[in-house]
Design a protein around this ligand. Structure first.
Ligand SMILES: NC(=O)CC[C@H](N)C(=O)O
Length: 255
């Protein structure tokens, strides 16, 4: 993107949107002097209406409760515009936790059902993979910007999903399983399928004592998803990476 001002929206219907806003503001404020991040003008705004979404160049979908977020999005007339934003316009979108669930093409069903997905990431997500709130945990994760000389990134998992399967075109045209919800197909993106490969950005380390190797961060083209809550620790490096890598698209991992 080369425009003079970039508007980054945060879907502010439910969940941890304020924390993301503060992290994005801090990431911009603390950019290395003279870097692209430093010289670009950002506006960080809360998004609650289709008009506000239309004014955004990029979007964060926070953690919270994916069923509630999708229900409010539907009632606010945002569900279809969100699908268009992520899947047809292909603007940069980052979903954390509940946001990752909503951006997945398939997810295990919520107990009470009724959840609509935005879709876009060709993955199947398993909701609440690690169990209840009391099973929340933290661990150090390998992320692209954490070099040998950098402090580790502490990730917070709260009723977190994982990516249990990377989907193929055949998976997405097969009948959908009973316990799975699938995002609707969009005619406008039909020919685009497979254009961007899924990149596994991070998996749980073997030291964690959970299931080592569980995928907790993925990127497919313009869409980035993380199982954990990077906005709940003081570390803004992942927000800075996303702005630099996915929004400004410089294609360099180290910043
Ligand atoms: N921290 C979170 O965002 C939890 C997500 C929640 N388990 C859901 O299914 O929506």
């Amino acid at each position: 993107m080369t425009q003079s001002k970039i508007t980054v929206g945060i879907l502010a219907l439910q969940g941890a949107f304020l924390e993301h806003k503060l992290h994005l503001q801090k990431a911009v404020r603390h950019a290395s002097p003279g870097s692209l991040l430093d010289t670009t003008k950002f506006e960080i705004v809360e998004v609650r209406t289709p008009e506000q979404l239309a004014a955004a160049d990029a979007l964060v979908i926070p953690g919270g409760e994916s069923t509630a977020i999708s229900l409010i999005a539907e009632r606010s007339g945002l569900l279809e515009p969100l699908r268009q934003f992520a899947r047809v316009d292909r603007k940069p979108v980052w979903g954390t936790c509940a946001g990752l669930i909503l951006l997945s093409d398939e997810a295990s069903k919520a107990r009470k059902g009724g959840q609509e997905l935005i879709g876009g990431l060709h993955v199947r997500c398993q909701r609440n993979h690690f169990g209840r709130q009391t099973e929340s945990f933290e661990c150090d994760l390998a992320l692209p910007f954490v070099g040998d000389d950098e402090p580790p990134f502490r990730a917070v998992f709260i009723r977190a999903p994982i990516v249990e399967k990377v989907l193929t075109g055949a998976d997405l045209t097969a009948d959908v399983a009973n316990d799975v919800v699938r995002a609707p197909k969009l005619d406008a993106e039909a020919d685009d399928y497979k254009t961007a490969p899924i990149e596994v950005i991070s998996s749980l380390p073997s030291t964690q004592g959970k299931e080592a190797g569980d995928i907790v961060a993925v990127r497919q083209g313009n869409i980035f998803g993380t199982s954990f809550h990077p906005e709940l620790t003081p570390d803004v490096r992942l927000h800075r990476w996303w702005l630099q890598e996915c929004v400004l698209g410089r294609g360099e991992s180290r910043i």
